[in-house]
Ligand binder design. Structure first.
Ligand SMILES: CC(C)(COP(=O)(O)OP(=O)(O)OC[C@H]1O[C@@H](n2cnc3c(N)ncnc32)[C@H](O)[C@@H]1OP(=O)(O)O)[C@@H](O)C(=O)NCCC(=O)NCCS
Length: 171
């Protein structure tokens, strides 16, 4: 599966963006994008904001480890956006055959390239992948503070079905 598109960037001409399947060699780029993009948009960062360092790790490490784990287990369901040979975004998905449901577990675009339509291209690719796999539903979650997600997902036809509250305490 590969899709092609164009984005207009910072004073540059149109750039060619290709969405393709994740490959092992993309790992470092994906993890770097994770660390730079999720500030303010992930529960690990919230934990740190309220409680300081958790178990001597940073939120970036924990988020990075979570994505790394997902990539190992679901490599064939992950896609990257490549521009001029560089990975500038990714989407990690899972296939729940029993539920006929595809799950978008995580997605991010490199900070410098956010707001240029790459997130939409990645989402389109994920939904096409779910259809190709015979799924009937697609699922995604986002934090209440993630104002971008709350615009993007309904625009792709996702309906809100519930809200969850995260709690944490010291022992
Ligand atoms: C969320 C994210 C993946 C979107 O990727 P992107 O390439 O920046 O998004 P796009 O340019 O394709 O824009 C897609 C839509 O997102 C929404 N959006 C993007 N930037 C926005 C902003 N600053 N404010 C509000 N909505 C915004 C809009 O609905 C936009 O569609 P529109 O341009 O037709 O209005 C990206 O911003 C990101 O990496 N954010 C940090 C990590 C994250 O939050 N991941 C998702 C966790 S659930």
């Amino acid at each position: 599966m590969a899709a092609q598109g164009f984005v207009t960037g910072k004073g540059e001409a149109m750039s060619d963006v290709r969405i393709r399947k994740y490959r092992r060699g993309d790992r470092e780029a994906v993890l770097r994008i994770t660390q730079e993009s999720f500030d303010g948009f992930c529960i690990d960062a919230n934990m740190e904001e309220h409680f300081g360092r958790i178990a001597n790790t940073t939120w970036q490490q924990r988020k990075r480890d979570g994505i790394d784990y997902d990539l190992r287990r679901n490599r064939d369901n992950a896609f990257v956006a490549e521009m001029n040979g560089q990975v500038v975004g990714y989407i990690c998905t899972r296939i729940y055959r029993d539920l006929a449901t595809g799950h978008v577990a995580n997605m991010a675009v490199a900070k410098d390239w956010q707001g240029h339509g790459i997130g939409k291209m990645l989402m389109r690719a994920a939904l096409d992948h779910f259809r190709d796999c015979g799924m009937r539903y697609a699922r995604i979650e986002t934090l209440e503070q993630n104002y971008k997600g709350q615009q993007l997902y309904p625009a792709f036809g996702f309906k809100e079905i519930g809200r969850q509250i995260f709690y944490l305490r010291e022992l």
